[in-house]
Design a protein around this ligand. Structure first.
Ligand code: NAD
Ligand code: LMR
Length: 325
C-alpha cells in the first residue's frame, strides 16, 4: 500500500468543493491505488457546512480516504500538503467580469501563499481555481518565495476542455481523438483557444474545419464566454465542470499525459514573448510529475494579436495587485 498523499482543498464548503472532494477521495485524481488525507480549509462561518460534507465523505466509506480534517487556519490546512487546490474565494455573479473579483479575492492569496511558504511540503503542487485564477496564482507564487515558482499553476483546463468539446462537435469527431489543442493566456474572455496544431487521428483539425470566420466569430467567443453563459443559465457559476477540470489538471500533472498536450497556467520562462514569471496558459506535456512547455510553435499574425491582448490584460491585473506584493 502506498503512503497517503496530503491534499489540501480550500473553499471546501462551496459548490466546487462539493463536486471535487468525493472524486478525490474515490481515487479519480491520484489513482485508484493512492490513499489520500484531505486537509480542508474554509472560513469560520462555513465550518459547520464542511463538517456536514465530511459526514458524507465518511458515509461513502472510501477505501482510499486515509484521514481528513477541517480548519479555518491556512497554516493548519497546508501543513505538509503535497497537493494544494485553492478554490476558496468569491465567485462572480451575473453581469460581473472575473477581473471584478480581483480586489475582493487577491488578499486571500497573499495570506495563503505565505502559509504554503511556511508549512507546505517543499514540493507541493499548487493549483489555483479561485478567480481571477491566473493573477491569484501569481499572487500566491510571489507570496511564497521559498517554494519553487514552477510549483504554482492556474487552472485553464476548463477552457481547454471546453475548446475540445466545441471542436469535437464542429468536426463530428470524438473528443478522445483530438490532440494538440491548447489555450493561451488568461482564464478570461481574452483567452486564445488555438486549434491550429490540433489533429484528429492524424488529420489536421484546421483543414477539417477550414473556416476562419467560424474560428473568430463562433469558436473563440463561445469558449471565452462560456463561464458567463453558464452563470446566465444556471444562476451560479460552473461547479461540476470546474471540479472535473481541476481533477484533470492534477491527475495529468502527477501521473503524466503520455505525450498528449494539455493546457496549464504556468509561470512563463520567457518563451513565446511572454515576460518571465507571467502566469499564462500554455500547451504542456507532463511526465514524472513535471510539466514541460511545448516549444517552438509558430505564432502567426492572428495568433500574435490574440496572445498580445490576453497578455495585456494579465499585465493590467498584475499592476492592479502590485501594492499587495
Ligand atoms: P462558492 O461561493 O460556492 O464557494 C466558495 C467557498 O470558498 C465558500 O465555502 C467560502 O466560504 C470559501 N471561502 C471564501 N473565502 C475563503 C478563504 N479566505 N479561505 C478559505 N475558504 C474561503 O464558490 P464556487 O462556485 O465553489 O467557486 C469558487 C471559486 O472558483 C470562484 O472564485 C469562482 O469564480 C472560481 N471558478 C474558477 C474556475 C476556473 O476555471 N478557474 C471555474 C469555476 C469557478
Ligand atoms: C468559469 O469559467 O466557468 C468560471 O471561471 C466561473 C466564471 O466566473 O466564469
Amino acid at each position: 500500500m502506498k503512503s497517503p498523499v496530503r491534499v489540501a482543498v480550500t473553499g471546501a464548503a462551496g459548490q466546487i468543493g462539493y463536486a471535487i472532494l468525493f472524486r478525490i477521495a474515490s481515487g479519480e485524481m491520484l489513482g485508484k491505488d493512492q490513499p489520500v488525507i484531505l486537509q480542508l480549509l474554509d472560513l469560520p462561518q462555513a465550518q459547520n457546512a464542511v463538517k456536514g460534507v465530511m459526514m458524507e465523505l465518511q458515509d461513502c466509506a472510501f477505501p482510499l480516504l486515509a484521514g481528513m480534517f477541517t480548519t479555518d487556519n491556512p497554516e493548519e490546512a497546508f501543513k505538509d500538503a503535497q497537493i494544494a487546490i485553492l478554490i476558496g474565494s468569491r465567485p462572480r455573479s451575473k453581469g460581473m467580469e472575473r477581473a471584478d473579483l480581483l480586489q475582493a479575492n487577491a488578499a486571500i492569496f497573499t495570506v495563503q501563499g505565505a502559509a504554503l511558504n511556511k508549512v507546505a511540503d517543499r514540493n507541493v503542487k499548487v493549483l489555483v481555481v479561485g478567480n481571477p485564477a491566473n493573477t491569484n496564482a501569481y499572487i500566491a507564487m510571489k507570496s511564497a518565495p521559498d517554494l519553487p515558482a514552477k510549483n504554482f499553476t492556474a487552472m485553464l483546463r476548463l477552457d481547454h476542455n471546453r475548446a475540445l468539446s466545441q471542436v469535437a462537435e464542429k468536426t463530428g469527431k470524438a473528443v478522445a481523438d483530438i490532440e494538440n489543442l491548447c489555450v493561451w493566456g488568461n482564464h478570461s474572455p481574452t483567452m486564445y483557444a488555438d486549434y491550429r496544431f490540433a489533429t484528429v487521428n492524424g488529420e489536421s483539425v484546421k483543414d477539417l474545419i477550414n473556416d476562419q470566420a467560424w474560428n473568430a466569430d463562433v469558436f473563440l467567443p463561445t469558449v471565452g464566454k462560456r463561464g458567463a453563459a453558464i452563470i446566465e443559465a444556471r444562476g451560479l457559476s460552473s461547479a461540476a465542470s470546474a471540479a472535473n477540470a481541476a481533477i484533470d489538471h492534477i491527475h495529468d500533472w502527477v501521473l503524466g499525459t503520455n505525450g498528449k498536450w494539455v493546457t496549464m497556467g504556468i509561470p512563463s520562462d520567457g518563451s513565446y514573448g511572454i515576460p518571465e514569471g507571467t502566469m499564462f496558459g500554455f500547451p504542456v506535456t507532463c511526465e514524472n510529475g513535471e510539466y514541460k512547455l511545448v516549444e517552438g510553435l509558430e505564432i502567426d499574425e492572428f495568433s500574435r494579436e490574440r496572445i498580445n491582448i490576453t497578455l495585456q490584460e494579465l499585465e493590467e491585473e498584475k499592476a492592479g495587485v502590485a501594492h499587495l506584493l
